[in-house]
Design a protein around this ligand. Structure first.
Ligand code: MN
Length: 199
């Protein structure tokens, strides 16, 4: 599901989401991840990882857990441009994905995927439907596994906290952390700011 699909779904005269024409290729920086809380027709968390110059994306209805016993459904969605990682605001109601978007968490990550004892590159790991990443966010950190449940491109994935030193079944950041990692705003404040800037 390509970036072309991302563009075809949106009318950029109506939405302030980025078109995605910036170029970060050749950058030596660590890859980025972002988790965007998205109050669309149903509330979900969009989990995105920088792989091969785009943001590979999943919609996670319940958001990430810090408990390794939880298997969180992660529905693959179209690749998003890298500059989408910086988007926070309101998508007009009649546009695709209309609703409020918060940068709930973001940071860099490290690929820790191995296969038969060898390090597996991110793009291969993604194609194979099994990747292990170490996230370095403000709310979410440590190891997470993403596992595809079948062999097709449209098959769902599971997002599972790895049983490492950062695992903690008593925490539940999705319910306790309600402010933007970028601006400190709540969902309501993002909505209010946007409607007052238009009037
Ligand atoms: Mn979404």
């Amino acid at each position: 599901m390509s970036e072309r699909e991302y563009r075809s779904k949106r009318d950029f005269r109506q939405t302030r989401e980025p078109r995605g024409d910036s170029d970060r290729s050749g950058s030596d920086a660590s890859p980025v991840f972002v988790i965007q809380k998205h109050d669309a027709s149903s509330l979900h968390y969009d989990f995105r990882l920088e792989i091969d110059g785009v943001l590979k994306s999943w919609a996670v209805p319940k958001g990430p857990s810090t408990d390794p016993r939880d298997k969180r459904l992660a529905i693959p969605t179209e690749d998003h441009p890298l500059d989408y990682a910086d988007f926070e605001g309101v998508i007009p109601e009649d546009e695709y994905g209309g609703g409020t978007v918060m940068i709930w968490d973001r940071g860099s990550f490290r690929n820790i995927t191995e296969k038969d004892g060898d390090k597996q590159p991110l793009d291969r790991a993604w194609e194979n439907g099994h990747l292990l990443v170490e996230l370095d966010g403000q709310k979410i950190y440590g190891g997470y596994a993403l596992q595809r449940t079948g062999s097709g491109e449209k098959d769902n994935w599971l997002l599972i906290k790895m049983d490492d030193a950062t695992a903690d079944a008593r925490q539940n950041p999705v319910s306790t952390e309600n402010e933007s990692a970028k601006t400190g705003r709540t969902m309501r404040e993002i909505e209010q700011d946007e409607s007052s800037s238009e009037s």
